[in-house]
Write a protein that binds this ligand. Structure first.
Ligand SMILES: [Fe+2]
Length: 257
């Protein structure tokens, strides 16, 4: 073991990677069933941050499953994710938390909030597994996605409402929790069961169908952040053809204990 093989940083080095740009701007937006925050020109050094993050090891669940290996990853996100330790990114997490609080996206008390950090990496040629291009909701309260690359092709976070055959429409889990039982069962049949029976297929640029009604998207622009509640149905729009480049984002997940 050679000590020089380790990647070591000072706290100042780490803070400089996540330094907010003096030109950063945040706005609260509302559209139909969603309220979200969009930030522009967020980091001062997004490329350095992307380069730093790319060094974290990752299990690519697609590779594990293709080799018939057991995986402990229970996220159904496409591409691969890197699981990071949140204390390296405390200043950025707190900044995003504060922006969310001041703009009234959430009312989490700072003493009770917990952060989780990971990345999402989508890449040309990646496959879909169990229809993971279909909309989902997240387990955590708020997601802030910071986009660190420009794939060069259209990409966004897209939002959907569920249109049940009863005629009822749902934007989020809260609305669904008050729904008649038939609607909840229909969702289960359409999402969980349909996905579980499906296996590998080329990644689909999903824009909705008879059940998932696409109504909005936030473009995943380079060095922008989009922050929204995890309980709304959403998905990733990404073109996985060879014309695209990597879509790499850093995620701050927030929840109150
Ligand atoms: Fe999500």
């Amino acid at each position: 073991m050679d000590i020089n093989n380790f990647s070591r940083y000072s706290s100042g080095d780490l803070e400089s990677l996540i330094e907010i740009s003096p030109n950063a701007e945040f706005e609260l937006c509302r559209h139909d069933g969603i309220k979200y925050i969009k930030g522009h020109n967020v980091l001062r050094r997004p490329d350095d941050f992307a380069e730093f993050l790319s060094k974290f090891p990752a299990e690519d669940r697609n590779i594990s499953l293709q080799r018939n290996e057991k995986t402990e990853i229970d996220s159904s996100a496409p591409g691969f994710q890197q699981y990071l330790k949140e204390n390296y990114f405390a200043k950025l997490n707190q900044k995003l938390f504060k922006v969310g609080y001041q703009m009234k996206l959430h009312r989490y008390p700072i003493q009770r909030v917990k952060f989780d950090n990971f990345t999402n990496c989508c890449y040309p040629g990646m496959l879909a597994f169990q229809k993971n291009y279909l909309p989902h909701t997240d387990r955590f309260g708020i997601a802030a996605n910071l986009y660190l690359t420009d794939p060069g092709t259209k990409t966004s976070t897209s939002f959907y409402r569920i249109r049940c055959s009863s005629g009822n429409v749902y934007h989020n889990e809260f609305e669904l929790s008050k729904a008649p039982k038939e609607d909840a069962l229909e969702l289960k049949a359409r999402y969980i069961d349909e996905g579980a029976n499906a296996s590998w297929e080329p990644w689909v640029f999903f824009r909705g169908n008879d059940f998932y009604d696409f109504y909005y998207e936030i473009p995943a622009e380079y060095n922008s952040v989009s922050m929204y509640r995890g309980n709304v149905w959403h998905s990733i729009c990404y073109d996985a053809s060879p014309e695209s480049k990597v879509r790499y984002s850093f995620v701050t997940a927030m929840f109150a204990e």
